[in-house]
Each structure stands twice: as C-alpha cells, then as structure tokens.
Design a protein around this ligand. Structure first.
Ligand SMILES: Cc1cc2nc3c(=O)[nH]c(=O)nc-3n(C[C@H](O)[C@H](O)[C@H](O)COP(=O)(O)OP(=O)(O)OC[C@H]3O[C@@H](n4cnc5c(N)ncnc54)[C@H](O)[C@@H]3O)c2cc1C
Ligand code: SF4
Ligand code: SF4
Length: 406
C-alpha cells in the first residue's frame, strides 16, 4: 500500500474545511472552485457526471440525488472486518482483480490509532481487507491523486465520502486519468478522531477496546469489543446532550450532500432495514455493481411508517442547539419506553432515509443561519431548501441560492 508522502503530510487549516487533501498538493489553488463549503454547484456537476440533474418527479431523487436503480443489498459472504457486509471494499477489490483499475484510493486505519483514517493507494487486491470498516475523522484522500499519477497509475477507483467526492468531481477533468470509478458512501456527523475518542470514553469504561461502532437504522448504536462481546445502546440513551457544542465541526453540521450524489454508486445502510443500501447512479455505477454478479443479494428496498413526527422533534431540538440552548432531555422513565417503541413504530427503510435527509437539510439551514449566515446563499443548493420547506424552513431574501452562470 502506498501512503501519504511526508511532504504532503502537513495539515492545512482553513475555515470550513474537512481537509479533503486538495489544499496539500498542486491543486491547492483550485479549492475556491472545488470546495463543497464555498460555492457548490450540484446541478452542474450532476448533469456532467450523470447526464442530468436530480429530478424530484422521478422516485426519490429529490432526497437521494440522481439514480438509475436502488437496492436493499448484502454480500452473500460477509467480509470479516467490514462495517456492514463489505460491499464497498469488495466492489473496489473486484475492479482491481479484473484489471479494470490499476489502483484504489481509499483510507486505512492509522497503525497506532485504529479510529484515525489515513489515505492509501491499494494496488494488490488482497490488501483491500486492511481498509475495511469505518473510521471517524478526516483523511486528506485527494492528496494522493498526484502521487498516484506520478507512479503511472492510469485507471483509478476512489472510495470517498461526499465532501471528498465533490472536490474530486470538480477537478477530475484536469487530472489526466484514463478512467475514474467513484464508489461513495453516505456520511453524516463526522468529527475529529480526537473528539470521537472522547465520545467512546463516555460510552464505555473500556473505550480502548471498542473495535466497531455503528448508528443503525433501528435507532440503536452497536458497539463491538476486542474480546468479541457486543453492546447495543438506544439512541435516546446516548450521551449526546452531554457533548460540548463544538463536538461536531460546523462543516459536518452544515454539509449538503448526505448521500454522495456525485458518486457512480453509493453504498450505505440507511434504507437497508438491517441490510445495506445501494444507489446505482449512472452507467459506470451499473458496471461496478453488475461485475459482482451473484456475490450480491439484491432486493427492492422497503418503506414503512411516517417520518414527519420524528423530523419535527429533531428540528425543535436542533433549533435549541443552534441557538446555544441545551437539548431537551426526555425523563429517564420515558426514554426506556420511547427507546422500545421507536424501532417498532418509527420510519423504516426508504422512509427512514427520507427522514434523515430532511433532518440533515434542516440542520444545515439552522446552523448556518446561526454561525455563518453570509455563506447561506452560496452553500445551500435549492434541493436542500426543498427538503426543509414542509417544516416551515424557507429562505429569506438574502439566503436564497444565487443564480449560477453555466
Ligand atoms: C463518518 C461516517 C459517517 C457515516 N454515516 C452514514 C450514515 O449516516 N448513513 C449511511 O447509510 N452510511 C453512513 N456511512 C457509511 C457507512 O459506514 C457505509 O455504509 C459503510 O462503510 C459501508 O459498509 P461496507 O460494509 O460496505 O463498507 P466496508 O467494505 O467496510 O468499507 C468501508 C470503506 O469506507 C472507507 N472509510 C472508512 N472510514 C472512512 C472515513 N472516515 N473517511 C473516508 N472513508 C472512510 C474505508 O476505507 C473503506 O473503503 C458513514 C461513513 C462514515 C465514514
Ligand atoms: S476543497 Fe478540500 S482542502 Fe480545499 S478547502 Fe475544501 S475541504 Fe478544504
Ligand atoms: S458529514 Fe459531510 S462534511 Fe462532514 S466528513 Fe461527512 S461528508 Fe464531509
């Protein structure tokens, strides 16, 4: 595996920046044009990458971005160490095995801190086993683009989170690769690895033994420990209201692309009802997924329940948090009851995913209004306003998205 060369390893602190890696290399001057947090243009990029922008009249595109097909999915043989069944890394590994790509750009666990993501280029398919699993934090993934090119890699697959993929898409035509395959995952509520360790310490008295954490769609967090034991914590029992207000950086509270709408294929879990969720967005995404053939177990995603109540409750609490007020805490006796009820009566499948998209849209608007109002007209695309509108969140005159010249 190829790692970050030392001359690219210096952090480049900027305001509203997740250190996607662009500012560390020769493309640093392109940040203004390429950054998700400056002046993103999703309509133009979706049109360029997928052939058309999202169309709210087509299925759920208003929520999830352009797609050709969506599946509830699982690998028939789950991969050890994977976050779910390992579809993400298996798709990339298969591209390496078939020779469709010469390398895969992704993140591996730091050798001394397994929760810290570090960018790597994988050229041996067997090494994909080492990058499985989710880590919390920011990795300057795109800083390896130039080293990959310099090493002679012509066809590349990239596994990335939305803020990395947006910047990648903005500069891809200038990179000179023969072929790029983009496998995306959704992303939300990321934070620094240091903050994440603090969170783990609040969840367990043996935080250094936690090997796995996931926020599941059944409203529970699953923890796994090195000794093979497992624990489930209902969301309502999480110590979220004890976290400092800046626990989640403003970037991740105001990110506008939860579902990675510019990836060729998005691999998540939100609409998977305990399985994974595949969003095939364009022909290249179809090529990547179809190449796995019978290894994948695919079915139609289901949908149940009603999301409006959960979204309204979330917005009320976010309004308090954005205004610097403490979160409303439910009395302990009620948490148990509601925690039991939520997986049973709460939104499920696609309805759960729609709820999360609406929550995220509201969160973006409320936090930017409070902390960076002048950015709103540049940063918030029209589709985010559309998601929040049913909850009474509409743009004031000076918040309306600016017209882009195309
Ligand atoms: C911070 C974060 C928040 C997420 N939140 C959601 C969510 O709310 N809803 C949802 O549906 N999905 C979310 N995901 C994606 C979810 O974890 C994926 O669905 C899952 O990783 C894919 O499962 P898998 O078994 O196919 O992955 P695996 O085969 O285990 O592969 C995981 C891939 O993700 C890469 N990766 C791990 N950590 C990072 C990181 N910090 N930055 C960049 N790449 C990384 C790995 O290198 C690997 O290539 C999130 C991912 C991250 C990193
Ligand atoms: S493009 Fe990347 S490196 Fe540049 S400001 Fe944005 S997140 Fe930071
Ligand atoms: S939540 Fe958004 S801004 Fe934060 S790391 Fe994920 S994609 Fe990037």
């Amino acid at each position: 595996m190829m790692e970050l060369p030392p001359d690219l390893a210096d952090p480049a602190p900027r305001n509203l920046c997740t250190d996607c890696g662009l500012s560390r290399g020769p493309h640093a001057r392109l940040c203004g044009m390429a950054c998700q947090f400056i002046a993103p243009d999703y309509t133009a990029e979706e049109t360029r990458v997928h052939g058309r922008p999202r169309d709210p009249a087509r299925g759920d595109e208003g929520f999830f971005g352009p797609y050709q097909r969506m599946y509830r999915a699982a690998l028939r043989q789950p991969q050890p160490g994977a976050q779910w069944t390992g579809i993400t890394t298996r798709l990339a590994q298969n591209l390496l095995e078939s020779g469709a790509v010469d390398g895969v750009l992704t993140v591996a666990p730091d050798p001394v801190d397994r929760w810290k993501p570090v960018p790597v280029i994988v050229t041996d398919p067997a090494d994909m086993a080492q990058v499985r699993g989710m880590r919390m934090g920011y990795a300057p993934l795109l800083a390896l683009l130039e080293p990959a090119r310099a090493r002679g890699l012509r066809r590349l697959a990239i596994v990335g989170i939305p803020c990395q993929v947006y910047a990648l898409r903005r500069i891809e035509t200038q990179l000179g690769f023969e072929r790029l395959y983009v496998i995306g995952t959704p992303c939300s509520d990321n934070t620094t690895t240091a903050n994440f360790h603090d969170f783990l310490a609040r969840l367990s008295d043996r935080p250094d033994k936690i090997s796995y954490l996931e926020f599941r769609a059944d409203f529970k967090v699953e923890l796994r420990f090195d000794d093979g034991t497992q624990r489930e914590v209902p969301f309502l029992k999480l110590p979220i209201s004890d976290l400092p207000p800046d626990f989640f950086p403003l970037t991740c509270r105001t990110c506008v692309d939860y579902t990675n709408s510019l990836a060729d294929v998005t691999v998540g879990y939100m609409a998977g009802q305990g399985d994974q969720w595949l969003v095939v967005r364009n022909d290249r995404g179809a090529e990547i997924v179809d190449a796995l053939g019978a290894e994948l177990d695919l079915s139609r995603p289901g949908s149940a329940g009603k999301r409006a109540g959960s979204v309204k409750g979330f917005i009320a609490n976010t309004e308090r948090a954005a205004g610097g007020l403490p979160l409303r805490r439910m009395p302990d006796w009620m948490r148990g009851i509601v925690g039991w009820l939520m997986p049973r009566i709460g939104p499920k499948g696609l309805e759960f995913a729609r709820a999360r998209l609406e929550m995220k849209a509201a969160e973006t608007i409320l936090h930017l209004r409070r902390h960076a109002p002048r950015r709103m007209k540049h940063m918030i695309p029209p589709h985010v306003w559309d998601l929040a509108a049913p909850y009474g969140l509409t743009p004031a005159d000076d918040e309306r998205p600016i017209e882009r010249r195309r």
